[in-house]
Design a protein around this ligand. Structure first.
Ligand SMILES: Nc1nc2c(c(=O)[nH]1)N[C@H]1C(S)=C(S)[C@@H](COP(=O)(O)OP(=O)(O)OC[C@H]3O[C@@H](n4cnc5c(N)ncnc54)[C@H](O)[C@@H]3O)O[C@H]1N2
Ligand code: MOO
Length: 406
């Protein structure tokens, strides 16, 4: 069976993924969520001119040169404004953030004054607007400051609060049901019998779902029997996407395709020209998209990195796209590549000229998780690429990427 080129598979998966509806959440819960509607400020900030310093609000034309003495007639605090109007010859004690009293147009810092009862002597000149934050300096009522499609950072949360917006429309979090398959698997912490191995894929994929703004639902481990797989599939009902791992290659116990097929799976993609990750599968079951990741942990990660992240982005209203490669210099030679685009785990560093250097691990076996966890990213080796030497240029992608930003 021929292998599907990565870009063709990517386009097919995009067709099968739908953007989820929006929901309203409290701003307190909105970090990392994708905005579904533009948000306008509900007030002007600051609403009136305010002082930028602790000092005295003055009529600037009173102090073209110094020293000048003026009479203090009251006080303006943030939350406790001075209610009267200030005339020439007068001043008002003022604090940072407090509204400027009517009649005043400048503030002199208290460090530049001498106080003798109510007589304040100014040792600095004033000019219109000195230490004054004008009304609307930050933003005005009605300004669109948060846009549809934006991923909310901690800074955006602060801005929404300042805009007096307590809730926001965001795309619903994708619910992803994750099912591992294999007689040999147990969950971490469980007692291990002979030749059993730990299902690292379940929680690794779940963590990726969480990092990409989704909710992971761990359905557990189905053993290599049709009845087990079929009964565990019941857990898919509330989910937006099913992700399985293992059981998709050509082995005798590779049941996922067969059992899902009997349950009504339509397969759009199966076996693609990438390494690792060849047996990747994508289709629909019970009207939901379903992704079959290969069992080998690095193969599961690479296929999830490419397809699951893009799917989670599209479900949350973001573009469905592959990572844009950047250029780097090879820190070690690589062999000529075959018919599958290879994603080689690599250590990234900067050399003395500030250039990015990507050094591939010697061993690239798709069962090796330690160098996956330690790598900074992948060297991308196109189909049939020639051998390259240390010092040659190559395309790379970083693996660090999530929706969360502070
Ligand atoms: N004759 C062929 N054999 C294989 C082919 C092939 O084309 N012809 N493809 C190979 C490739 S490439 C891959 S990748 C694997 C993928 O196989 P499966 O997806 O069917 O995965 P399993 O056979 O179930 O398991 C493979 C390997 O991964 C371990 N595994 C499975 N699930 C987990 C998990 N949740 N956490 C950690 N490790 C897991 C499992 O124990 C096996 O060691 O097939 C090749 N074979
Ligand atoms: O493609 Mo498999 O994913 O080589 O290990």
């Amino acid at each position: 069976m021929s292998l599907i080129p990565l870009n063709d598979a990517f386009a097919k998966v995009e067709e099968g993924i739908r953007t989820l509806p929006a929901e309203m959440v409290s701003v307190a819960d909105a970090l990392g969520r994708v905005v579904a509607e533009d948000v306008a400020a509900r007030l002007t900030q600051p609403p009136a001119p305010v002082s930028a310093m602790d000092g005295y609000a003055v009529v600037s034309s009173d102090i073209p040169e110094h020293p000048v003495s003026l009479k203090r007639i009251g006080e303006s605090q943030a939350g406790g404004p001075f209610m009267g109007t200030v005339q020439s010859g007068q001043c008002v004690r003022i604090f940072t953030g407090a509204p400027l009293p009517a009649g005043t147009d400048a503030v002199i810092m208290q460090e530049d004054t001498e106080v003798d009862g109510d007589l304040i002597t100014f040792k600095e000149v004033a000019f219109e607007g000195k230490f004054v934050r004008r009304a609307g300096l930050d933003f005005s009522k009605g300004d669109i400051l948060i846009k549809k499609g934006q991923i909310l950072s901690a800074r955006d949360i602060g801005l929404l609060c300042a805009m007096n917006v307590p809730w926001v429309h965001v795309y619903r979090k994708p619910r992803v049901a994750i099912l591992a398959t294999g007689d040999e698997l147990v969950m971490p912490g469980e007692a291990l019998r002979d030749s059993q191995i730990i299902s690292s894929n379940s929680l690794m994929v779940g963590a990726m779902v969480t990092a990409m703004g989704g909710e992971a639902i761990n359905l557990g481990i189905a053993d290599d029997s049709e009845s087990s797989l079929r009964s565990m599939l019941a857990g898919v009902d509330g989910a937006d996407l099913l992700v399985t791992s293992g059981g998709v290659s050509v082995g005798e116990y590779d049941l996922v395709r067969n059992v899902l097929g009997e349950e009504g799976l339509d397969i759009d993609v199966y076996r693609i020209a990438i390494k690792p990750g060849k047996p990747f599968m994508f289709g629909r079951i019970k009207d939901k998209p379903a992704m079959g990741l290969p069992g080998n942990p690095v193969s599961a990660y690479v296929t999830a990195f490419i397809f699951l992240r893009a799917a989670l982005k599209k479900m949350q209203g973001l573009p469905f796209e592959q990572d844009k490669p950047i250029r780097a210099i090879l820190g070690g030679a690589v062999k000529a590549n075959g018919a599958r685009q290879e994603f080689m785990r690599a250590v990234f560093a900067h050399n003395e000229n500030g250039q990015l250097v990507a050094t591939p691990y010697d061993k690239q076996d798709s069962a090796m998780l330690a160098n996956l966890a330690h790598c900074e990213g992948f060297i991308i080796r196109p189909v049939n690429a020639p051998a390259l030497d240390k010092g040659d240029e190559t395309n790379v992608i970083y693996v660090r990427d999530s929706l969360l930003s502070v």
